[in-house]
Design a protein around this ligand. Structure first.
Ligand SMILES: C[S@@+](CC[C@H](N)C(=O)[O-])C[C@H]1O[C@@H](n2cnc3c(N)ncnc32)[C@H](O)[C@@H]1O
Length: 372
């Protein structure tokens, strides 16, 4: 297969660009089948192997890219040796986002802004709504100076709807910091299956919008709600899953540790005229008392490390009839599901999705049930 990206090979971004798309799906199906010990005879887990639902778009599909600043005014992704590859065009994001990236590169060159650790610049996050036309950038710096944000805003506002400056004092190589200043929007707008979401600049949102719509349809189908159920949406973010289940449930409660995300999930409920949704800000581990026997369905969508033992135990005791486990890390998901099996839960359905074409990552949705 022809590789399309000029940076392929050097860049650590999409490592499977030399593999045909149907083959990528086959390989991901085999990974899930062997991880979950599936066999051709294991019904109702058919078809075998469970082929991931293909991404509606295989290039330009990301609504968010995080780049690091490197020496000599480079901006890009890292190679295997942690060097920054100066990315001129990234095929995972739109032409507009590439234009933003190149405008920013020109700006830091013109302002002679240097990269961390000697200089100010650490990361930039570019986020773009795919269903709602808007774009924001978040510049993450050290505290070794002041980022000329207003000047950048003047030079980019024909392309973006907001610029944000955040300081990351942590040694960790992460694109998260304390917001110091912004011009225009400090949030992104996006919609999924017709529901609108306001997303804080530094909060999680599914990165492949079109495939996130499919993911939500899978969760809705697995949930099979009748309108009478109480649903607990754990690790709920800005409410994309919980709010998408609300119209078929009696009540939905979200729990999310990122305060701005939890807060905006409530705003998103209002924005979409949803009255039976509430959300609590805090760690799931600390709000375990909110899980009780009256929950009919618990949705889990934790970060990559998965769910703590304490949370598994509480779910086992609360014993909801259904648990839907959404994960971008099937290995930690399998580990947690093995623990839920000890409480009597069995796998009823598995549906992988290809959320990240041309990368080895797999999104996986599992429906677990228990006899109550
Ligand atoms: C994979 S995201 C899922 C978000 C949401 N379900 C969605 O689809 O947009 C995981 C979320 O869990 C949150 N989180 C991480 N650790 C948490 C914890 N211990 N308790 C509550 N939320 C947590 C993160 O802030 C993030 O929003």
């Amino acid at each position: 297969m022809t590789k399309l990206c000029q940076h392929f090979g050097a860049c650590g971004g999409c490592t499977l660009q030399n593999v045909d798309y149907p083959l990528q799906l086959q390989q991901k199906a085999q990974t899930i089948a062997s991880l979950f010990n599936l066999s051709p005879s294991s019904t109702p887990l058919s078809p075998y192997p469970p082929i991931p639902l293909p991404s509606p778009e295989t290039f330009f599909y990301r609504n968010r890219m995080d780049f690091a600043f490197g020496p000599n005014y480079s901006i890009g992704l890292k190679d295997k040796k942690n060097n920054i590859i100066n990315i001129e065009k990234c095929l995972l994001m739109s032409d507009k986002c590439n234009a933003v990236l190149n405008r920013l590169r020109y700006f830091i060159q013109y302002k002679k802004l240097k990269n961390y650790k000697d200089g100010l610049l650490r990361h930039v996050v570019i986020r773009e709504g795919k269903n709602i036309d808007n774009c924001i950038i978040n510049l993450l710096t050290s505290d070794k100076g002041v980022f000329p944000l207003e000047e950048l805003w003047e030079k980019t506002k024909d392309l973006v709807n907001g610029v944000i400056w955040s300081v990351n004092l942590s040694a960790a190589d992460r694109s998260y910091g304390d917001i110091k200043q912004f011009f225009g929007q400090d949030y992104l707008m996006e919609s999924l299956n017709g529901l609108k979401f306001k997303i804080p600049a530094q909060s999680f949102f599914q990165t492949n919008t079109k495939q996130a719509e499919v993911l939500i349809q899978v969760v809705q189908e697995f949930a099979g709600l009748s309108g009478q159920e109480t649903v607990l949406d754990l690790y709920s973010g800005t409410g994309s899953i919980g709010l998408s289940l609300a119209h078929k449930a009696k009540e939905v409660i979200g729990i999310e540790e990122n305060q701005p995300a939890a807060q905006l999930s409530l705003e998103n409920a209002k924005l979409n005229n949803i009255a039976n949704y509430s959300a609590l800000a805090g760690k799931v581990e600390d709000l375990l008392d909110k899980m009780n026997e009256k929950d009919d369905l618990i949705v889990l969508d934790p970060p990559r490390p998965g769910v703590s033992k304490k949370v598994i135990t509480k779910i086992g005791r609360a014993r909801p009839a259904k648990v839907i486990y959404v994960s971008c890390n099937p290995e930690s998901q399998k580990h947690d599901i093995d623990k839920l099996r000890e409480w009597g839960y069995g796998i009823e359905k598995i549906q992988p999705l290809d959320m990240f074409p041309y990368t080895p990552h797999i999104e996986n949705v599992v429906l677990l049930t228990v006899n109550i």
